[in-house]
Design a binder for this molecule. Sequence first.
Ligand SMILES: Cc1ncc(C[n+]2csc(CCOP(=O)(O)OP(=O)(O)O)c2C)c(N)n1
Length: 189
Amino acid sequence: MINRLRATRFIVAQVHDEPIIASLGNPKFDLFAAGDRPQNFYMWNSMGMAASMGLGLAMARPAQKVIVLDGDGALLMNLNALTTAAARAPQNLIHVIWDNRQFALTGGQPTHTAFRADLAQLARGAGFERVVAVDTQEAFEQAFLQAMATPGPWIIVARVDDQQATARPPKSPTYIKHRFMQSLGAYDT
Ligand SMILES: Cc1ncc(C[n+]2csc(CCOP(=O)(O)OP(=O)(O)O)c2C)c(N)n1
């Protein structure tokens, strides 16, 4: 099984100024722990919205890879994000889903992937062609490097352990948003 923090550290070591949008809960906590940077967007509370935000940004900035770090629970709350992203199919989108089969942050309640749901199959059914399911660090690294080097959109479903994150990013959405937009050159000043 993959350790989410270790895999997130690998991602942060590979990127330069590519934006990373991290879903609420452990994905964003581990992104902060792996390396804070203005190009990190930490989603607070808006469950499922990292996927939608990543799609919008990827469409607006086609020349740059846009990375989304999602949780299985969050994505399952916004499954239509998959069908919309597959229909638009921005080649620069890399959507990583950390599947720990639970809503870890709120007490470890099982998500539907703990029963019969398969996120890679759902992504294929939505229309994605480049879908990889991985359960070792080595396979994850290989998949991520391929996604960075070749056109997508890419979906990487990574089976992770249930380790909880310990670090917490800043809690001001306004600060996070302005810093992020400035890093993208979205402001004149
Ligand atoms: C609409 C909505 N319902 C519930 C919550 C409470 N909530 C915050 S994080 C979370 C669990 C997220 O699960 P997942 O995306 O799988 O990440 P994990 O916690 O497992 O890392 C829940 C239920 C919320 N923020 N918004």
